[in-house]
Ligand binder design. Structure first.
Ligand code: ADP
Ligand code: MG
Length: 688
């Protein structure tokens, strides 16, 4: 066995065999994603409790939380209140003064105490009845301290686990590994003054001081981001080494554009030009189009699809929901008339067998669908372009699965949640990016208000006024799909109330996620045709739906939604010539909710909103690993670590300039890490 075999065997050994863990607790740990030693070693504290300061009892400030080093002068006394509630009290002295230490319901502390020995007591101080007291948090005998007199890690927990159990398991795991391997080559560490891996990880768990902690964290962030950047750059490199189909005639698109009822905005035209440049360039396109809601991404996608078709190939477009696929199908039919043969392929398509045969025989030019497009039996005669709309709903894998159906076919990704360019560059580092930075002319910013439920009547009065003028509207409530236990009136009930009591003279429709696809289509179709005035809906309308005559939206329980989601929802109005309004209803006084609502009423800018969302929620939640299909970042925060990210981006480029496939001996460990990570994402081919 080589050294590294023994090492990897060790770090991959089961945590069950650690002292104090065992089978039962191992199950609890697994809820935190921890099953082997390495998981524990790479499981970092969520925050730290600085318990270094030791105060003299005589100088104890009222209300301060700190440590005292003192000797018990009397045996602990015990007072019982109820069966399970006892308060213990102990008089201690440190030479400068005396202190009454109190704790509740923790009899084990009582047993531990030996008179005359020295202890450290950590807790919060107060003056009561003219005497000094401390409410105890932790107590340890001097010389055996691991939670007092130092910076103490605070780990994320799950029910049944305590800080102490986790802390002790981590300490044991670290104790078993003599020295952690470093995948970063020494010259790189030197160049950026990075701590070595072993030191960094140990300092993350049990920092000596906060400066060292910062350096440790920086080192781990650096590594995480470097691995990610290198992977994405290599992936991009590999794709661009392929030969792509050449769509020589891109001028054909002019014909399509001239038939539209509007002229493209400069921003749309700019993005389209970049796309067309790719399509005739001889390399497979790999492009992300970012544009705020309503910026008109669909028509740009349609123009690209048209180009593929006129150059003799098929185009496929994948949407995240059936409603959206159907809508795109109708939009494309309108755009192209009888010129282009368009198929709709979803889970509920009828006559599927025949449809599939026709697609494979090339009898359709553009195929629009849901992830049904990814299924095995779907084959194309000559797939030249694949488009995924509302990218955040699909992972990298799905994107890859669709493009894999054509030979090095061109890939176009439309993003629903625009994010700042710097961030997009890392998260979509394998894609080129076009931005549609402006909305079509004449769009009026949506007026947004936030009100409490007490004003609901007035809000609906305002809705009525819009309907009277011939407009349509949405009422969104986070229902039906949500857990039934939630304390909100059921969606159906709410709908019935609106239909029969509030708007009996209008046509009110209901749309929710539990309806059958055909039912959803029927309702959506009716709304689109203006046969429904007011649509009560759950978040199934969150993405993409386009009904320009709708100009008013009410969002009930607005506190339930994240910022980006609210922005997406609101984007269903403000798509036509009429002034649009959005009313957020919430009774929540939660500070974060207030802040979110404040952002919504202040701005209509999706880029700004997503930035704020990131800031408020952190990256993990914002993207949800599964959605972007990238490896999870355990330490790095793309929002606050932007500085490191920039450095890493440059470094990654330089490294690959010198060693494009990371074949140098000194890069072997990084390479192995990347293979390990992206193997899971079926991206092993990076290195071929
Ligand atoms: P999104 O970018 O959110 O997907 P859509 O593609 O659905 O936006 O476009 C929103 C609306 O704007 C549609 O009704 C579309 O027909 C219209 N639209 C797109 N481009 C223009 C334009 N250049 N001028 C006027 N209206 C446009
Ligand atoms: Mg769209």
């Amino acid at each position: 066995m080589t050294v590294s075999d023994a090492y990897s065997k060790l770090i991959n050994s089961d945590i069950q065999f650690l002292k104090g863990v065992g089978e039962k607790r191992a199950t609890l740990f697994s809820r935190l994603g921890i099953s082997v030693l390495w998981d524990l070693i790479y499981f970092f504290p969520r925050e730290y409790d600085d318990r270094r300061k030791i105060c003299a009892i005589a100088d104890l400030p009222e209300g301060a939380t700190c440590c005292v080093r003192a000797i018990p002068r009397s045996a602990p006394s015990e007072r019982r209140f109820k069966r399970n509630l006892a308060v213990y009290s102990l008089y201690v002295d440190d030479g400068t003064g005396g202190l009454h230490v109190k704790w509740f319901s923790a009899p084990q502390y009582k047993r531990k105490i030996e008179l005359g020995e020295e202890y450290i007591f950590y807790g919060t101080c107060a003056y009561a009845y003219g005497r000094r007291e401390m409410e105890l948090v932790a107590m340890e005998r001097v010389g055996t301290c691991d939670q007092t007199g130092r910076i103490v890690p605070v780990y994320p927990l799950t029910k049944g686990l305590t800080q102490q159990v986790v802390r002790s398991a981590v300490a044991q795991a670290l104790g078993k590994v003599e020295r952690l391997y470093d995948i970063l080559p020494a010259d790189l560490r030197e160049k950026y003054h990075l701590l070595d891996m072993d030191r960094a990880v140990r300092q993350m768990h049990f920092p000596e001081d906060m400066e060292l902690f910062e350096r440790a964290r920086k080192r781990l962030v650096f590594e995480e981001l470097l691995v990610l950047q290198l992977s994405l750059l290599m992936l991009r490199e590999r794709r661009s080494a392929l030969t792509g189909m050449v769509f020589a005639d891109t001028g054909c698109v002019k014909g399509f554009l001239s038939g539209l009822p509007f002229v493209l905005t400069d921003a749309q035209q700019g993005a389209l030009d970049e796309i067309l440049e790719d399509l005739k360039g001889g390399k497979p396109m790999n492009r992300l189009v970012q544009g705020d809601v309503g910026s008109g991404k669909t028509v740009v996608a349609a123009a690209a699809a048209y180009c593929a078709v006129r150059n003799g190939h098929q185009a496929a477009m994948m949407a995240p929901t059936e409603i959206l696929a159907v809508q795109h199908y109708h939009t494309f039919r309108k755009f192209f008339g009888e010129d282009v043969r368009i198929a709709l392929l979803t889970g509920s398509s009828k006559g599927k067998k025949q449809l599939l045969e026709q697609i494979a025989a090339g009898e359709y030019d553009i195929i629009i669908g849901t992830h049904a497009l990814l299924e095995k039996g779907v084959e194309f005669a000559s797939l030249g372009l694949c488009i995924t709309d509302e990218q955040h709903r699909f992972g990298v894998n799905q994107r890859a699965a669709l493009s894999g159906k054509g030979q090095a076919c061109h890939v176009l990704v439309m993003s629903a949640t625009p994010i700042p360019r710097t961030l997009a560059l890392i998260l979509y580092g394998d894609l080129d990016i076009s931005i549609i930075g402006a909305l079509p002319k004449g769009r009026k910013p949506i007026d947004t208000y936030c009100v409490k439920t007490a004003l609901r009547r007035r809000a609906y009065g305002f809705v009525r006024k819009q309907l009277e003028e011939g407009r349509q509207g949405y009422v969104v409530c986070p229902l039906v799909e949500e857990s039934d236990k939630l304390d909100v009136a059921s969606g159906v009930e709410f709908y019935e109330k609106l239909r029969t009591e509030v708007f009996p003279d209008y046509r009110v429709g209901l749309l929710h996620g539990r309806m059958k696809p055909q039912e959803k289509d029927a309702v959506m179709g009716a709304f689109q045709k203006g046969e429904i005035d007011l649509l009560v809906s759950t978040t199934v309308i969150e993405v993409g739906v386009d009904v320009p005559n709708a100009n008013i939206m009410v969002i009930e329980n607005a506190e339930r939604f994240g910022l980006s989601q609210l922005h997406q929802l609101r984007g269903r109005v403000g798509r036509g010539e009429h002034q649009s309004h959005c009313i957020l209803i919430t009774d929540s006084d939660n500070e974060q909710t207030r802040e979110r609502m404040g952002v919504m009423t202040r701005t209509n800018d999706g880029f700004e909103i997503s930035q704020k969302d990131l800031q408020l929620r952190g990256c993990g939640e914002f993207f949800g690993t599964r959605q972007h299909g990238l490896p999870e970042l355990k330490v790095a925060n793309l929002f606050t670590d932007l500085g490191i990210l920039k450095t890493v981006q440059e470094e990654a480029k330089e490294m690959l300039d010198v060693d494009p496939t990371l074949n140098n001996e000194k890069n072997a460990s990084i390479r192995a890490r990347i293979e390990g990570l992206f193997g899971k994402f079926e991206r092993k081919d990076i290195f071929n």
